[in-house]
Ligand binder design. Structure first.
Ligand code: UDP
Length: 358
């Protein structure tokens, strides 16, 4: 049996790592395709090296381009690879451009498709990530939902077949990466960690400057591993030096180092999806720089606050998070094993037994 994973950006490398290991433990062959959406070493190669994720079997080299062009290149370049590998199932992760391209290519090649992180919904249809989640869930033959809410979201859309509540592969990733050596940047004893990279936060100068100014007003120093996209925008707006004077801008880190930074922070302010979940796992109070989240449980449990991007709201929410008592909710692990087992059972079943049983 062969499983083919399509990945392209760092959150996908993080999720593919435990699944790759779980498939290897079961003797299942795993072909890894890297679309090349993230091609910067700091966002790509370092994850493969530090997490011991096997080097990609295929690299599509889509590079930087408008989103539609990236999708088109990846779909076209996947066609001969899927024809040659003839996988039993194509696995895509999350909600990125690579997720969408991998799903479309699988459908075009008549390959069964499985979606990891199925059923997550923010309810914000203006996010391209949300539209990708919905489309891919509806195209998929197997849907691996991390939470009960995700299962319910799918049911609300009439999707009840081949839905598997597996837990969150990121919990397995966190567990493994916490034990690995890390090149963690120096930080003050007490600090707030911040990450900012989404188009909604960075593509509008006033929003990005407002958020950074709000973070700079927090009583603790702010450490911000700078995503290349955010750095590009700051330079284009002529605000890089202004920002560097106000918050501690550091290079993006590898995964074990980022988890160290997150675990050591008094609070984190982020517009990332995965970081909200990781903060909850590590007991670090989180402020989300968005109006909505797909990880609604973290808000319901008081681990995460939706502050949006209005400066006063951001400063106040971060101050409150710093004052909050850190939680401790070690996540249940084992999702990767569950996904690997389900995939292996599925492919060894008689074809007539498809689609996946619940
Ligand atoms: N991350 C990292 N180094 C950094 C910043 C983030 O390893 O300097 C990790 C983080 O722990 C999370 C993932 O990258 O697992 C999040 O990626 P990103 O914010 O790009 O994507 P999103 O989660 O919003 O899809």
């Amino acid at each position: 049996m062969t499983v083919c994973s399509v990945v392209g950006v760092r959150p996908e490398f993080v999720l593919a790592t435990p699944l790759s290991r779980a498939l290897a433990d079961r003797g299942v062959s795993h072909a890894l395709v890297h679309t090349g959406q993230h091609h910067d070493d700091a966002l790509s190669a370092v994850f493969f090296e530090e997490l011991s994720l096997p080097a990609p079997d295929h690299h599509l080299g889509v590079g930087s381009a408008p989103r539609g062009e990236q999708v088109a290149r990846a779909v076209a370049r996947l066609r001969p690879i899927l024809a040659a590998e003839s996988p039993d199932v194509v696995v895509v992760y999350g909600d990125t451009t690579s997720t969408l391209a991998g799903a479309l290519a699988a459908v075009a090649a008549d390959c069964p498709l499985a979606h990891v992180e199925a059923g997550l919904r923010s309810g914000d249809w203006t996010m391209s990530e949300e539209r990708t989640r919905v489309v891919v869930d509806h195209l998929a033959d197997a849907r691996f939902a991390p939470t009960q809410t995700a299962v319910a979201n799918l049911a609300d859309e009439g999707v009840t077949e081949s839905v598997h509540r597996t837990g969150d592969l990121r919990a397995d990733a966190v567990e493994t990466a916490r034990g690995l050596p890390a090149e963690t940047p120096d930080t003050p004893d007490e600090y707030v960690l911040a990450t900012v990279h989404r188009a909604a936060t960075t593509d509008d100068e006033a929003t990005l400057v407002g958020v950074l100014d709000a973070l700079a007003r927090v009583s603790l120093p702010v450490v911000l591993p700078l995503h290349p996209r955010t750095e590009d925008r700051l330079r284009a707006y002529g605000c890089y030096d202004w920002a560097a004077d106000r918050v501690s801008l550091v290079d993006p880190t590898g995964y074990p180092a980022f988890l160290d930074l997150l675990a050591g922070a008094s609070a984190v302010a982020t517009d990332s999806g995965g970081v909200q979940r990781e903060a909850a796992y590590l007991g670090t109070p989180c402020v989300t720089l968005r109006e909505t989240t797909e990880w609604v449980e973290t808000v319901a449990r008081g681990q995460n606050v939706l502050a949006g991007t209005r400066p006063a709201a951001v400063t106040n929410a971060v101050e409150a998070a710093v004052a909050a008592t850190p939680g401790d909710s070690r996540p249940p692990t084992g999702a990767a094993d569950e996904v690997a087992r389900t995939l292996a059972d599925w492919a060894t079943d008689e074809p007539a037994a498809r689609p996946l049983p619940d």
